[in-house]
Design a protein around this ligand. Sequence first.
Ligand SMILES: *[C@@H]1O[C@H](CO)[C@@H](O)[C@H](O)[C@H]1NC(C)=O
Ligand SMILES: *[C@@H]1O[C@H](CO)[C@@H](O)[C@H](O)[C@H]1NC(C)=O
Ligand SMILES: *[C@@H]1O[C@H](CO)[C@@H](O)[C@H](O)[C@H]1NC(C)=O
Ligand SMILES: *[C@@H]1O[C@H](CO)[C@@H](O)[C@H](O)[C@H]1NC(C)=O
Ligand SMILES: *[C@@H]1O[C@H](CO)[C@@H](O)[C@H](O)[C@H]1NC(C)=O
Ligand SMILES: *[C@@H]1O[C@H](CO)[C@@H](O)[C@H](O)[C@H]1NC(C)=O
Length: 413
Amino acid sequence: MVQVLNLSLIFFCVILQINAQKVNVCKKFINYYLKSPQVCYYNPDQNTEVPDIVTRLGYPIESYNVTTEDNYILTVFRLPQPGAKPIFLQHGIALSAICFVDTLESSLAFVLYDAGYDVWIGNFRGNRYSNKHVTLDPNTEEYWNFSFHEMGKFDLKAQLGLVYNETGKKIYYVGYSMGTTASYIYNILHPEDASEKLDIIVSLAPIVYMKNIPSSVAQIAPLWPLIEPLVTKLTHGVILQRSNVSINLIKTLCLGNLFEMFACQALIQSLFGYDNDQLNPETLPVTMVQNMEAISTKTISHYVQFILYGKFSYFKFNEETNKQIYGNAIPPLYNISSLNVPIYLMYGSNDFFSTIKNVDKFFNELPEDTKQNGKYLVQLKKFNHADFITAKDIKSLVYDPLIKFLNNSILQS
Ligand SMILES: *[C@@H]1O[C@H](CO)[C@@H](O)[C@H](O)[C@H]1NC(C)=O
Ligand SMILES: *[C@@H]1O[C@H](CO)[C@@H](O)[C@H](O)[C@H]1NC(C)=O
Ligand SMILES: *[C@@H]1O[C@H](CO)[C@@H](O)[C@H](O)[C@H]1NC(C)=O
Ligand SMILES: *[C@@H]1O[C@H](CO)[C@@H](O)[C@H](O)[C@H]1NC(C)=O
Ligand SMILES: *[C@@H]1O[C@H](CO)[C@@H](O)[C@H](O)[C@H]1NC(C)=O
Ligand SMILES: *[C@@H]1O[C@H](CO)[C@@H](O)[C@H](O)[C@H]1NC(C)=O
């Protein structure tokens, strides 16, 4: 009798073990205890790339390459709907185009495609899809010598030029987080180009002013300038690069069991804002693995300057270099008054990076003719920074209102 019990126990454990390897997502958090095959399954999106995911979910996909004026080679994806209004999505820091397709049918790219748009998705320099350069080796400090300034100045100019040339139509721009910062820099540095090519800039979690943000990064920010030179030397200017080691580390430390899942989320939410309610059990193991991408140390330095000085300013070098580059010991501010594309801000009450106060300050400084559309506060008290791409109810909370706005837009042409 004991033998039989033992045997069946071993058998049960073997089954669980097999399941543990095959199954990677469950419909509810509680299901992660047993990972029973009725409510858990293997989602390949955790381990594949943008074209695989898009195809798997039944949508068409195309890839384009474009070279920037400073010779970075970028990939732009498209879910083509020729003749329809083009919409261009641009990801934030530590992300790639995959963040717009990795939450099953509620992913922004699919929701927009279903609403009848020709969907284009950009990739900033340095991520896994845009990691080539005509002459520079990506394993050098020279390659990683950029912040979101260059992403706005060069990457957006090239990518939007591509979309405009291919479609012959003006574009709706939708940026998230750093994709908003870079869009304002693009518009400020290239006002004619931007007003020729863009109908509107929609900003999800806009980042311009970062004064007094409650994020835990604000506590670390003052230390960053002290350690940055050493970090840059040791890492040739890039951290969080994707590798099988880093991916397996996340799977082992943050997705191994329910306790780990919530422990890692607690850490992450100290950065983004606390909101366990909107964690999506079915896509969390996918987004945790996929939404992680290299960050140049210069990008961190530039945002740290935003946090420490509270200004929307060009990159601050040392005094001598500032004089050389800007003709002044202090770097200039980006001129918000020279924005000339209409802007629509969508923001959350519990966003530790993009606070209501800082969004309001930016909105108040916008030129009158760019802010006629007003702004939209997401109707959920706990809505945080990450929720804009991963929230369980993202479609009803943000994407449906976004499409309603775009559909009704007087700019529709
Ligand atoms: C884009 O560039 C990559 C890498 O250089 C290459 O593998 C791919 O075939 C190119 N795609 C297109 C559409 O040219
Ligand atoms: C990075 O660019 C700045 C100017 O933008 C230049 O002064 C500096 O020498 C560059 N550093 C490297 C490592 O290329
Ligand atoms: C778009 O077309 C213009 C005019 O022909 C050309 O100058 C530009 O380089 C093109 N841009 C891209 C990204 O293809
Ligand atoms: C990483 O793992 C994948 C599949 O798991 C494999 O195809 C790839 O070669 C590995 N890459 C490296 C650098 O080991
Ligand atoms: C900022 O842009 C506005 C509008 O183009 C212009 O009137 C103003 O002089 C600019 N300010 C600076 C400091 O360049
Ligand atoms: C937007 O327009 C598309 C196409 O006309 C339509 O299918 C969709 O339901 C509309 N969505 C909203 C929220 O108005």
